[in-house]
Each structure stands twice: as structure tokens, then as C-alpha cells.
Ligand binder design. Structure first.
Ligand SMILES: Cc1cc2nc3c(=O)[nH]c(=O)nc-3n(C[C@H](O)[C@H](O)[C@H](O)COP(=O)(O)OP(=O)(O)OC[C@H]3O[C@@H](n4cnc5c(N)ncnc54)[C@H](O)[C@@H]3O)c2cc1C
Length: 362
């Protein structure tokens, strides 16, 4: 415990954003350490069996887990410039001396002193309050995806899905591919939040998507055996038989360490929670910390990868490694393309509230 390990750049989180940051920083010559608390590198990507949307540069049309393989190949090509450790969590940041504390497995605990940090810790699932929401059978959609697509385990026989955003729709379809029945998809809003193509797939298979409906209670003594559902417009209650209630009600950025580091944070609903303010190169108000991906605001893997590249490049540049400014321009153009149009309106308005032009002007 007394030894303090060192690295040029610490990347916290080995998902789409973190791996892209590591590859980019290492390509300039920086020594990078990636720490990932999960047993696999790739973050959310490893459980995405569907083909991604986005742009060709960000591998649109490729299945999520294959995109993870592509970035991992890039990391491997960096040789010993990138060291990546799984089952290893960053558990604290001490702002007086810049030390982070790390837990590897359940036995090893050590201190690490990075020169620079890219926080790419992704997101956490939201849970909504209702009676009995803590009995076995109530899952987050991400947990269901991990069970099915990483460990090959179906969570039950008949699922009530809460939330008709992309995650609720995609996980519903993946459950059906695994032979699980979907009783219904409930959505509190008056319209479906996810892409129509995902909604159409499950509608064609006969799944009702009930708008302006919500869950009132989970039923069951020891485990879920049903749910009470409410029509929000009329107040009418009904009973749904199911053994799993799956919550796909949104994500919120994981950013405890940014709070610990004293980064200037702001609550921005469009980015789904508290997020750090950042300059165009994704540096936070802390001079040694950059952010990328869902930790910076909930978006998509495509933008997480590009943000990771910007943050990795900028962190390496701050250490004196020579970065081509044209690359930043290219990445910003790619982000702008991903965020254009009506679909990008929410994120654009959120980012406008999170961005500062230059910290030196603050
Ligand atoms: C069902 C579903 C479908 C999706 N479909 C699409 C799609 O079609 N197209 C698209 O572009 N995007 C899609 N996405 C979104 C996409 O997966 C995420 O936006 C993207 O993975 C974000 O990347 P990230 O690196 O920021 O976070 P993540 O992929 O979540 O990676 C963050 C990593 O950080 C690790 N971590 C967190 N805290 C610590 C810590 N303290 N120490 C060490 N490690 C830590 C986590 O274990 C995790 O592996 C989908 C997501 C879901 C859930």
C-alpha cells in the first residue's frame, strides 16, 4: 500500500469513450493506463448485439460488440503504450495530491499518481419508485442485457418493459430473440422515445406499446408475479401477469470522482443529470482532468468514441506530445454531424449549457 504507482495518463473506464481516448493518447506516444471495473473491456458495447446507427466513421451498421473488438484491436496495436486492467475500480480521487486509489479484485488496493486523467466512467441506470420495486424480478434493462448477452441467461418467461426509449425497445426485441414473451411496453410520455425502426420490429411481433401508461406496483411476496399498471390519462388501473419487470427509464452520468475532484458541475436535464462544464477539448475546470462519453452527458456510443478521441488527444497534448490541431477540427466536425437535425436538438441545447470557450477566460 505504501508504493505509489505512476502513469502519464489514467483513463478511468474501458468503454467506447475510454478505449478511444487511450488509443488516441498512445498514438501520440503517451503512456496510458486504462482501469475498468468490469471483467471485460468494451463497456456497454460488449452486450449490444444489434447493428449500430450513427455514421460510417463510427462503424454504423456494425454490431456493438464488434465495434468493441475494432477499438480493442487498435489498443493492442499500441503495444506497451497502453496497459489495461479489468476487475479494477478507481474508488477515490484525492485532490490535495492528485492521487487516485484503486481496488483490483477484492484483495489488491493501491495508489496511483497519474499526470493527467480522462474520466470515461459511463452511466448508471435510473430506477423509479413504486411499491415492491426491490423484490427479485425487478431489473434494470442494462442488467437484463448483461444477463442475456454476456452470460447467456434469460431473466424470466414474461417481461413487462417500462420505457419505450431505444433501450426499452432494443432490449424488448433481444428478449424476444431469446424466446421470452413481452407482456407490454409501457411509456409515460405521449410518444415513443426510441427510433421507429426498433418500435416497428416489436409491434410487428404483436407487442402492445401503451403510451401514457405507467407502473403503479410490483406484485408478489418473494418474487414478481405481476404488476399493477395505470393509464395516466384516465387513472384506470389494470393487472398484468409477468415474472420480470424491466426498467428502461433512463440513464444518468456516473461522475462521483468529478465531484471529488472539485470539478465545476451543472445540472443539465438534456444531458440527463449533473455533468462537468468542459472546454472544446473536453477539459473540465480541473486542469488535469478531461471527460468523454456518457459521463459527460448521456448520448450514444458514436459520439462517446469521438469525444474519447478528443479527450485522449488533448490530455496527451497537455503533456507536451505533439498533436495535429487539424485532428481536433476533424473530430469536432464528426461530432457535429452526429448531433445534427431534429434528433440532435436535445443534446445540442444541453451542450450549449455545459460548454465554456476557454478556462483561461473563466
Ligand atoms: C440497450 C442499448 C442500446 C444502445 N444502442 C446504441 C446504438 O445503437 N448506437 C449508439 O451509438 N449507442 C448505443 N447505445 C449507447 C452506448 O452503448 C453508450 O452511449 C456508450 O457505450 C457510452 O460509452 P462510454 O464509454 O461513455 O460508457 P460505457 O460503455 O458505459 O463505459 C464506461 C465504463 O466505465 C467503467 N467504470 C465506471 N466507473 C468506473 C470506476 N470507478 N473504475 C473503473 N471503471 C469504471 C464501467 O464499468 C464501464 O465499462 C446503447 C446503449 C444501450 C444500453
Amino acid at each position: 500500500m505504501s508504493e505509489i504507482r505512476k502513469t502519464d495518463i489514467l483513463v478511468v473506464g474501458g468503454g467506447a469513450a475510454g478505449l478511444s481516448a487511450a488509443a488516441e493518447a498512445a498514438s501520440l506516444g503517451a503512456k496510458v493506463t486504462v482501469l475498468e471495473s468490469d471483467l471485460h473491456l468494451g463497456g456497454q458495447l460488449v452486450k449490444q448485439t444489434h447493428k449500430f446507427f450513427g455514421s460510417k466513421d463510427e462503424h454504423a451498421g456494425t454490431r456493438g460488440y464488434k465495434i468493441a473488438d475494432i477499438i480493442l484491436d487498435e489498443i493492442r496495436a499500441c503495444g506497451d503504450k497502453v496497459e489495461a486492467f479489468t476487475n479494477t475500480s478507481v474508488i477515490g480521487y484525492y485532490k490535495n495530491d492528485g492521487i487516485v486509489t484503486v481496488m483490483r479484485g477484492e484483495e489488491e488496493y493501491y495508489k496511483l499518481l497519474p499526470k493527467k486523467i480522462v474520466m470515461a466512467t459511463g452511466a448508471q441506470e435510473r430506477i423509479i419508485p413504486f411499491p415492491n420495486n426491490d423484490i427479485p424480478g425487478v431489473y434494470g434493462a442494462g442488467a437484463v442485457q448483461t444477463l442475456m448477452n454476456v452470460y447467456g441467461v434469460v431473466p424470466g418467461k414474461r417481461v413487462l418493459m417500462i420505457g419505450a426509449g431505444n433501450i426499452g425497445l432494443i432490449v424488448s426485441y433481444q428478449l424476444m430473440q431469446a424466446g421470452v414473451e413481452i407482456a407490454a411496453v409501457l411509456e409515460a410520455l405521449p410518444k415513443i422515445g426510441g427510433y421507429w425502426v426498433h418500435a416497428a420490429k416489436i409491434r410487428r411481433l404483436g407487442v402492445p406499446i401503451l403510451l401514457r401508461h405507467t407502473i403503479k406496483a410490483a406484485l408478489g411476496a418473494d418474487m414478481v408475479d405481476g404488476a399493477v399498471v395505470q393509464d395516466i390519462e384516465t387513472g384506470e388501473l389494470s393487472h398484468v401477469e409477468c415474472d420480470v419487470i424491466c426498467l428502461a427509464v433512463g440513464l444518468t452520468p456516473t461522475n462521483e470522482m468529478l465531484w471529488q475532484a472539485g470539478c465545476e458541475m451543472r445540472y443539465i436535464p438534456q444531458l440527463c443529470g449533473h455533468v462537468p462544464l468542459r472546454d472544446p477539448k473536453l477539459r473540465t475546470s480541473h486542469p488535469d482532468i478531461w471527460i468523454a462519453g456518457d459521463a459527460a452527458g448521456i448520448e450514444e456510443a458514436s459520439s462517446a468514441m469521438v469525444e474519447g478521441r478528443i479527450a485522449g488527444l488533448a490530455a496527451a497534448q497537455s503533456l507536451g506530445f505533439k498533436a495535429d490541431e487539424g485532428k481536433f477540427d476533424e473530430y469536432h466536425e464528426r461530432l457535429a454531424a452526429l448531433r445534427r437535425g431534429e434528433a440532435g436538438e436535445k443534446i445540442r441545447s444541453g451542450l450549449a449549457l455545459a460548454q465554456v470557450d476557454d478556462w483561461r477566460d473563466e
